[in-house]
Design a protein around this ligand. Structure first.
Ligand code: VGL
Ligand code: ZN
Length: 198
């Protein structure tokens, strides 16, 4: 069974949002148009409490995009984004999401970030996505969404490690590109790990 995994297509990652990805909203029409090819469409949402430790605002004296070590792992500090139950955390209004389609929430624990839609950055807590995919007999995942160089990349790497066949639809992704070329680097990394880049 083939599934389309749509990562974090939320207002805060789109133009006007607090962690906007350039042309992030351009993925919406493309992703919507791919739906018909998949037996299942699955979504993730970045879903942080207000006091989330990935937010620079929760570290006095620190600014967004600074790097720190948080509970032993490297952490980029972000502007506040995708705070639970805010407009910024809602899906882009143009994204088609049917009421019965599953949504996996990530970054819900105050103390640890979760770039992947499968596990937190310490690989300790699962979002339940692997179990769901196995239960549904899904073996192949096609992935798109935001951002290519963060949550899409780490979700794809985890999916490959869990034994799923993964295709990345580049037209359905956009990168943050904090450093020039990060999006291209992410594609190289995912391909090296076994993903098909389309
Ligand atoms: C993301 C940074 C922080 C993403 C989420 O969805 O790519 N990036 N939180
Ligand atoms: Zn986040």
């Amino acid at each position: 069974v083939d599934a389309l995994l749509v990562v974090d297509v939320q207002n805060d990652f789109c133009p006007g949002g607090s962690l906007a990805v350039e042309n992030g909203d351009a993925v919406v029409a493309f992703i919507n148009a791919q739906r018909r090819d998949f037996a299942r469409v699955i979504f993730s949402k970045d879903w942080h409490p207000k006091n989330h430790e990935s937010f620079a605002s929760n570290h006095p004296g620190k600014k967004p995009y600074e790097q720190i070590t948080l509970h032993g792992v490297q952490q980029t500090l972000w502007p506040d984004h995708c705070v639970q139950n805010t407009f910024g955390a809602q899906f882009h209004p143009g994204l088609i999401v049917k009421p019965d389609e599953p949504i996996f929430l990530k970054g819900t624990h105050q103390e640890i970030d979760s770039l992947s839609a499968f596990y937190d950055n310490l690989h300790q807590r699962s979002t339940g996505l692997t179990n769901y995919l196995k239960r549904e007999g899904i073996t192949k995942i096609t992935c798109g969404g935001l951002a290519l160089d963060y949550c899409v990349k780490f979700s794809v790497l985890d999916a490959l490690a869990e034994g799923f066949a993964v295709t990345v639809m580049t037209e359905g992704c956009r990168a943050v590109n904090l450093n020039a070329g990060d999006g291209e680097k992410a594609l190289v990394e995912m391909r090296a790990a076994g993903a098909v880049i389309k």
